[in-house]
Ligand binder design. Structure first.
Ligand code: ADP
Length: 424
């Protein structure tokens, strides 16, 4: 799903950016090509002024002068006297060139680019225009030069091939740049979008793991309930109570698990909050101690408490939630210590922060597991599957502590077990 979105976003991003780039390139090409054509035509016009002035000042236009002019800038020059081509043109031009020159001359006449009545015996009259055949384009000049009390007509053609090659080269360069830019944009957006989607991917993975683990945890009590129900139906009246008890126990476990999951879901959605109030943490800790003392004694374990000697300020926290965390920690300590288990509850106050520690001399936690035990449904030792232990307690504790802007961490206790610390 995320992979599909990743690819789609990459393509959309690349597509839009490349499209913008193409529009910008086309606009740039349109402007520069227009400018190039304009400059080339102006340069042709200025060249024609020079060429015609050179011809005008020659009393007799020599072959030499004409061929020099032609070879200088690849012009094709034709001279007409009274509608007939002068011999220079006939000798030096191919039939194809002669017909091309005649076409250009005819075009100028048809379009009335030079008015016949303005032809003068004293000054050069000329016009420049673009002339296209089916396959090629030219800049053309049609001129009347005063010569020996009459006038000679000149048609000069200049192929725009060089200009078109330049324009085409520029187009290919831009095409190449655009393709290269599209590839670079694609690669960049692929990694950038991947980076942006990473938290979403992680959250989706977390959600999937959460649902999978939740279903797994619910499956066991459900299976027990169903099998107890079928056994209940077949059982004698005196045995039925036992099955009812099992069903009730498993249902209680399930309801606790569902409550825990709901709390975590609310924490994810930020629809869960703590209700802080000034709280005497020493009194709260003492209450917890007293409520767990009978359970500890019953299981042959020692529960101790150490509170600050001097009076400490009140702590602005949610007493119910803090009690909930301490209960999780004491329950865990009772569960993960052996017969001679000693569990110590400690409270200290330093630099405006409170530190609650629950230490035990139990089985301890491997360094590799110290971070992971705060993850949802994580249990360091999956083979020790005790009832009521779903791997959610520490994760809920972490959520509550974070909601108080506090910190929770675990370390090895000096007695070999683990110490859980909460600083608020
Ligand atoms: P659980 O309900 O399984 O105890 P928790 O989130 O409370 O879930 O704890 C996660 C895991 O951390 C436990 O499964 C256990 O492996 C480990 N753990 C927690 N507290 C202790 C402790 N006091 N000593 C040793 N291991 C502990």
């Amino acid at each position: 799903m995320i992979k599909k979105i990743h690819l789609r976003l990459t393509l959309v991003f690349t597509g839009i950016t490349t499209l913008i780039l193409i529009i910008m390139s086309l606009s740039y090409l349109y402007m520069t090509e227009g400018e190039l054509r304009k400059t080339a035509f102006l340069s042709f016009q200025s060249d024609m002024n020079t060429v015609l002035t050179t011809l005008e000042h020659q009393s007799v236009i020599s072959y030499e002068a004409l061929s020099k002019l032609e070879s200088g800038r690849d012009y094709i020059i034709a001279l007409y006297d009274n509608d007939s081509l002068l011999s220079y043109t006939l000798i030096t031009k191919s039939d194809e060139q002669i017909s091309l020159l005649s076409d250009a001359r005819r075009y100028s006449e048809e379009q009335h680019l030079i008015k016949a009545d303005s032809v003068s015996l004293f000054s050069v009259l000329h016009t420049e225009f673009s002339f296209h055949t089916e396959t090629r384009s030219y800049y053309a000049c049609h001129a009347f030069l005063p010569q020996n009390r009459g006038s000679i007509e000149a048609v000069i053609l200049f192929s725009t091939d060089v200009l078109l090659t330049q324009i085409n080269r520029q187009r290919y360069q831009f095409l190449f740049i655009n393709i290269l830019a599209a590839i670079v944009i694609f690669i960049f957006s692929y990694f950038f979008i991947n980076y942006l989607l990473h938290p979403i991917q992680e959250s989706a993975d977390r959600q999937t793991r959460f649902v999978a683990a939740a279903s797994h945890e619910l499956r066991t009590p459900l299976a027990v309930i169903l099998s107890s129900l079928s056994a209940f139906k077949k059982a004698e009246a005196q045995e039925q109570d036992e099955f009812l008890q099992t069903i009730q126990d498993e249902s209680t476990q399930m309801s606790r698990l569902v409550e825990d999951m709901l709390l975590l879901t609310n924490a994810d959605n930020h629809t869960w909050s703590v209700h802080p109030e000034p709280t005497e943490l020493d009194t709260l800790l003492l209450n917890c101690y007293e409520s767990f003392l009978p359970l500890a004694e019953e299981s042959g374990k020692k529960l101790t408490i150490q509170l600050p000697q001097e009076s400490i300020p009140t702590c602005n926290c949610d007493p119910q939630r803090i009690k909930q965390i301490i209960s999780v920690l004491i329950q865990n300590a009772l569960s993960y210590t052996g017969n001679n288990g000693v569990i110590e509850l400690t409270l200290s106050h330093q630099n405006h922060s409170f530190l609650i520690t629950v230490s035990d001399n139990g089985i301890g936690i491997d360094d590799d597991d110290k971070e992971r035990i705060f993850e949802r449904f994580y249990r360091a030792d999956r083979s020790r599957k005790q009832k009521g232990h779903f791997g959610l307690g520490l994760c809920i504790a972490k959520e509550i502590v974070q909601a108080h802007n506090g910190k929770i961490w675990v370390s090895d206790s000096p007695s070999g077990g683990s110490s859980f610390h909460i600083s608020i």
